[in-house]
Design a protein around this ligand. Structure first.
Ligand SMILES: [Zn+2]
Length: 637
């Protein structure tokens, strides 16, 4: 009986405890009203000794809440007496902090959490707190940062929040979308972006980024006196300089001889000097120059062959302006880079797996402090890489088995023709998901660093969202952007994008590469019939927004690639079908007035909207006009 009584008492206690937990759980799971009909008792609470980033986060929150509701919540330090209605920003001295696992949040992880009537906005010590505030504004309050100068802020008098327990950790530790407009400090914080070269407002962790052999052992200094430090092939050493492939200066003609012991000493000495000047930087690139002329001396070739995981004929690649190369040069390179990394255990030594060194080796692994920067420069862009470039995927999977310190350098535009239509929007998400699934921890998406270009605002926005969350609903995000950015002409923009992409199937057109020309697509998504349809769509779109100058200018910018394709195809065809020249009344060739009109419109709108270049490396819009006029004049002679 006594035993039963004790059990009963225990049961009662258990029951009471359960009830208490349940009530607490229900309380913390209650929806919360931050602002009601333009009034609020809430305070934004900051640590008494707040960090710069915590102060920034609190001020951003205060500002946006005001812009949404007209209510300015007071900022108070955490040494003030706690009240029930508080928004806790950062590491504030409140019991609710006990629920936050900062070890898990690391540098950039964020936490948004409601607890009773409190709202917790915090995160990792680097950027987590500011990411938490911007994510809260975006995900829960509907604010958007579409471009550096287009921020959407909904107006409402009441803010009621559901129960929230939202922790987000970065999928990639480094996230960069290399687009001209994204380096606005607020855009970068909003979308959680980095810049390897320190654009925006944050210091970069990268001391050296890429192609550093010539900086670490300069052909100008050693070329004449020590040719044996440089690549051997075609029966001799190559220690010279050639004019750079973008025409802007000189570049080394080859690489270093990585099995020469002096080369290791000189490279390490120069690297140490560079590190001493910038000791805070963590990543230091020791990587090949931008050419495929690696050393085939006896010793280097022996290492390449010793560590080759494939037969040479299985890994022959080719890309822009370079004849084919065998991608089995990593054996000598990784042996060398591992030795450098051993001397600098506190730094991460990054090296390229690019062109001739792209394929993962066997029998050797990168040291723990080696970063592999793997480049997909050869891939076609019509299809996701899992379909369009199986050889690259094989290399990536291989690298993923050797290391989890991989940065992928991927490409999302056409460098040679920045204003040509480049319908790759459907491959962005599958590619980023594939990289995430194969041990890639950092991602650099090389877009258009010039201002302007084919769908630059949309593409950079979508990539920014995908870099943080590769599983977003991409269609929803895309449509939302287009609705906001193009207003009444959104339906036409969507129709154009759909038609363009539907006709860009690898089976129908040629391989769409980052170095191609729109002329290659003149029978697929740039056919006569389709160009006509695109123009009719844009005519309709422009008409819809003709009295709305803000939208009108954006629709005209979206149309520029159609004009550019017409101009390039007309130039190639000369006087033929689709050509820029037609027969005049006297039978001689004259410029087609329609092409001339497109040319003037194209160039004027580029100038008006500050498009800087039509190619990554050269040709301003005015230079384009000059060249085109010269071509027309030549053709009519
Ligand atoms: Zn060599």
């Amino acid at each position: 009986m006594a035993e039963k009584l004790i059990n009963y008492r225990n049961m009662k206690q258990v029951f009471q405890l359960t009830l208490l937990l349940l009530v607490c759980g229900m309380l913390s799971a209650q929806p919360l009203t931050l602002i009601k009909k333009g009034k609020s008792d809430y305070h934004i609470v900051l640590p008494e000794k707040a960090t710069v980033i915590e102060i920034q986060a609190a001020k951003v929150l205060q500002d946006y809440l005001f812009r949404i509701t007209g209510v300015s919540l007071p900022l108070v330090a955490d040494n003030a007496t706690a009240s029930p209605e508080e928004i806790l920003v950062g590491r504030v001295n409140r019991p609710e902090q006990g629920q936050v696992d900062y070890n898990q949040l690391k540098e950039d992880g964020l936490l948004i959490k409601t607890n009773n009537r409190k709202l917790i906005l915090t995160g990792g010590d680097k950027k987590g707190v500011i990411y938490s505030v911007y994510t809260f504004l975006d995900k829960y309050l509907g604010c958007r940062k579409y471009t550096s100068d287009f921020t959407y802020v909904p107006k409402q008098r009441t803010i009621r929040l559901p129960f929230i327990d939202d922790m987000q950790l970065p999928v990639f530790t480094f996230r960069e979308t290399y687009y001209h407009d994204v380096y606005d400090p607020e855009y970068m914080d909003w979308h959680k972006l980095h810049s390897f070269e320190g654009r925006g407002s944050d210091k970069t962790k990268w001391g050296y980024w890429v192609h550093t052999f010539h900086a670490l052992l300069d052909p100008k200094v050693y070329g004449a006196s020590h040719p044996e430090y440089f690549s051997y092939y075609d029966g001799k050493r190559h220690a010279g300089l050639i004019s750079s492939w973008d025409g802007g200066g000189t570049q080394p003609e080859a690489q270093l001889c990585l099995t020469n012991p002096d080369v290791l000493e000189i490279v390490c000495d120069n690297l140490k000097k560079a590190i001493d000047k910038n000791p805070g930087a963590l990543y230091w690139s020791v990587s090949q120059n931008d050419n495929v002329n690696y050393c085939r001396c006896e010793n280097c070739a022996a290492l390449d062959s010793q560590y080759a995981a494939y037969k040479p004929e299985e890994k022959n690649l080719a890309t822009h302006g370079t004849s084919g190369y065998t991608a089995l040069g990593m054996g000598s390179l990784l042996t060398f880079v591992n030795k450098v990394a051993e001397r600098f255990p506190d730094k991460i030594i990054s090296t390229l797996a690019y062109q001739y060194s792209r394929t993962p080796p066997k029998g050797i692994v990168p040291r723990k402090n080696v970063n592999i920067m793997l480049c997909s420069i050869e891939s076609s862009r019509n299809d996701p890489m899992t379909v369009g470039d199986k050889a690259f995927c094989e290399d990536l999977v291989g690298w993923g088995k050797l290391t989890n310190n991989i940065l992928v350098w991927d490409y999302v535009i056409r460098f040679s023709h920045l204003l040509a239509p480049f319908p790759n929007l459907r491959v962005l998400q599958p590619n980023i998901q594939f990289l995430r699934d194969n041990n890639v921890t950092a991602l650099f998406e090389q877009g258009n660093i010039q201002s302007g270009g084919d769908f630059a605002p949309l593409r950079s926005y979508l990539i920014a969202r995908l870099l943080w969350n590769p599983d977003i609903d991409i269609e929803k995000e895309k449509n939302e952007f287009i609705d906001a950015y193009y207003g009444p002409a959104a339906a036409e923009i969507k129709e154009y994008i759909r038609l363009l992409h539907d006709n860009n199937r690898s089976g129908q057109g040629v391989r769409m590469s980052i170095f191609g020309s729109p002329v290659q697509e003149k029978e697929s998504f740039l056919s006569v019939d389709l160009i006509e349809r695109y123009n009719r769509i844009f005519d309709r779109g422009e008409k819809k927004v003709k009295n709305k100058p803000g939208y009108h200018v954006r629709v005209k910018s979206a149309r520029l690639p159609v004009y550019y394709a017409m101009l390039e195809i007309a130039k190639e065809a000369k006087a033929g079908n689709r050509g820029a020249l037609i027969k005049g009344t006297d039978g001689s060739l004259v410029p087609d007035p329609e092409i001339v009109s497109v040319l003037y419109e194209f160039v004027y709108h580029c100038v008006r909207t500050k498009v800087s270049r039509t190619s990554e490396w050269h040709t301003t819009p005015k230079e384009y006009l000059e060249k085109y006029r010269a071509f027309l004049a030549e053709g009519t002679k």
